[in-house]
Design a protein around this ligand. Structure first.
Ligand code: ATP
Ligand code: MG
Length: 277
């Protein structure tokens, strides 16, 4: 049994918009999964099926092996938390603190537990100083963090982040990467995210789904997908700079090991340097 699974999932929006066509997707415990693809590929639509915001036109959406029903949708939403692409879609309380408390309060938790979870989430996202602020007036990147904190405070087992780095400054991106990477190991969580920043994919994911026009057109480990430049080019994506540079050096006859992350690439370069004649 998979933690999340879609079987031939198809979604047709009103107006006959075929947003998903026969998508097969699985996620396991503690996995880090990136979903990449051009605008309109269906990434956000797929994510909205993961906790029953949308219903399949055909095919199946299974959470822990069970379809989402009216009876279990509350449990499913405790289990799978989604941070939307646009934070304005989920931020609406008068203060940041109240906003982050909204989800856990709705789960029926007592006041003390809610307060504790809010503190922890504000701390994890480094936004304690924003607690009294009006969410509506925050900057884009600040709103994004508040939105993530609100979902995190519900302590989902699966955290789905739709474009989490869009609008963040470089330090904000680095903080987010570090924070997200701790979740599987420290909390046993599964993280699924979409992004147009392909250089982040190797830093934040082990497995990739490539989508285009509502279909999964490729999937595999980071190494497998980035070894297929034609697949990425076909979907208006490009191999990120690190593997691209290393591949080009290899093609020029330099004996250097393949690497995808900054740290691994540094090691490859140092090894190659040490081996030089
Ligand atoms: N509520 C809706 N009603 C009708 N069509 C929709 C709706 N939401 C999305 N679509 C359409 O479904 C398709 C997939 O959209 P989706 O938002 O899932 O793509 P995406 O991969 O998340 O794109 P992006 O990278 O721009 O966020 C697009 O053609 C989009 O116009
Ligand atoms: Mg989207």
């Amino acid at each position: 049994m998979h933690l999340l699974e879609t079987r031939d999932l198809t979604h047709i929006y009103r107006g006959n918009v075929h947003a998903l066509e026969g998508v097969n997707f699985v996620a396991e415990r503690k996995s880090r999964i990136a979903v990449i693809g051009p605008n309109g590929a269906g990434k956000s639509t797929l994510f909205k099926h993961f906790n029953g915001i949308l219903k399949p036109t055909s095919g199946e959406m299974l959470v822990r092996g069970e379809p989402i029903t009216k009876e279990n949708v509350r449990e499913v939403r405790k289990f799978v938390g989604i941070v939307f692409q646009n934070p304005d879609d989920q931020i609406f309380s008068p203060t940041v603190e109240q906003d982050v408390a909204f989800g856990p309060t709705n789960l029926g938790l007592d006041e003390e537990t809610v307060a504790h979870r809010v503190e922890e989430a504000l701390h994890l996202l480094g936004i304690e100083e924003l607690r009294e602020r009006v969410p509506h007036h925050l900057s884009g990147g600040e709103k994004k963090r508040v939105a993530i904190a609100g979902i995190l405070a519900m302590e989902p087992q699966v955290l789905v982040l739709d474009e989490p780095t869009a609008g963040l400054d470089p330090q904000g991106v680095a903080d987010l990467v570090e924070f997200v990477n701790r979740l599987p190991e420290e909390y046993g969580m599964t993280v699924i995210f979409s992004t147009h920043h392909l250089d982040l994919v190797a830093e934040m994911a082990d497995f990739i789904y490539v989508m285009d026009r509502g279909r999964v057109v490729g999937s595999g480990t980071v190494g497998e997908v980035f070894a297929r430049p034609e697949l990425l080019a076909r979907t208006r994506l490009d191999v990120p700079p690190i593997p691209k540079l290393i591949r080009s050096l290899q093609e020029s006859g330099v004996a250097i090991d393949t690497a995808y992350t900054y740290e691994d690439a540094k090691k490859s370069f140092l090894d190659a340097y040490a081996r030089r004649e």
